[in-house]
Design a protein around this ligand. Structure first.
Ligand code: NI
Ligand code: MN
Length: 230
């Protein structure tokens, strides 16, 4: 699976030839100023919750790509009101089959309001199951004991976890989350974008390594192939 980082918590992941885009927040992210939003490919856009830093470019990318947006029922309603009709509403605990694989929605401990102040439903994380491997995109969340259920549910080949602290879990709790989900290949997200979530990246990588896990940090715009069965 080819993974491309667009800054903050926004990643593109190619799964079975389909382009999945998570939590698009690019045009108002100073760290992603070199990314051209109109050049991003997407067959599916997955939105973990309604906060601006996860949804800011969702409407424009949905419009120019025609991608199907997978999100909570409340965000689906908000998108429909904003003339985006190719949506697939889901909620926590639910699983649905798509042409690239399955999406299962899981608990995220956070909040979720939309840019206009309306309620975004509960925040979610996603487990993607495919013939190319499985991964977990945590969205914005605290460390929660529920993550143990994810480790029991599937082999997770790699996981996207927030590490910036302040609004989500930080590095120390993300190391415990990696143990709970039984996955030692972690891609860090939700750090450095704003002053309150700036972290010491070298120290973070070192801490993960000391705990027997690998913390993978991307440069904005960088792509990496993750070593799961193809
Ligand atoms: Ni948030
Ligand atoms: Mn956020």
């Amino acid at each position: 699976m080819k993974i491309t980082y667009y800054g903050h918590s926004c990643f593109g992941v190619e799964v079975n030839g389909k382009h999945l885009l998570f939590d698009p927040f690019i045009s108002s992210n100073a760290l992603a100023k070199d990314i051209t939003v109109s050049s991003i490919k997407a067959d599916y856009i997955l939105i973990s919750h309604g906060h601006e830093d996860h949804i800011a470019d969702a409407i424009s990318i949905a419009k120019h790509t025609g991608a199907k947006v997978i999100c909570t029922f409340e965000i689906h309603n908000w998108l429909n009101k904003n003339n985006i009709s190719n949506t697939h509403p889901m909620n926590i605990g639910g699983k649905s089959k798509f042409d690239f694989g399955n999406v299962k929605c899981v608990v995220a401990v956070h909040s979720s309001s939309l840019p206009d102040g309306s309620y975004g439903g509960n925040p979610m994380g996603f487990i993607i199951e495919s013939t190319q491997g499985n991964f977990y995109f945590a969205g914005d969340t605290a460390l929660t004991y529920d993550m143990k259920l994810i480790g029991n549910y599937r082999t997770i080949n790699f996981a996207f976890l927030p590490i910036g602290d302040n609004f989500t879990m930080g590095v120390d709790n993300a190391i415990i989350a990696a143990e709970f989900i039984n996955c030692r290949k972690i891609i860090g997200m939700h750090y450095d974008t704003f002053g309150m979530i700036k972290i010491d990246k070298d120290e973070a990588v070192k801490k993960f390594a000391q705990a027997g896990s690998e913390l993978i940090l991307f440069n904005v715009g960088e792509s990496k192939e993750l070593g799961v069965r193809s």
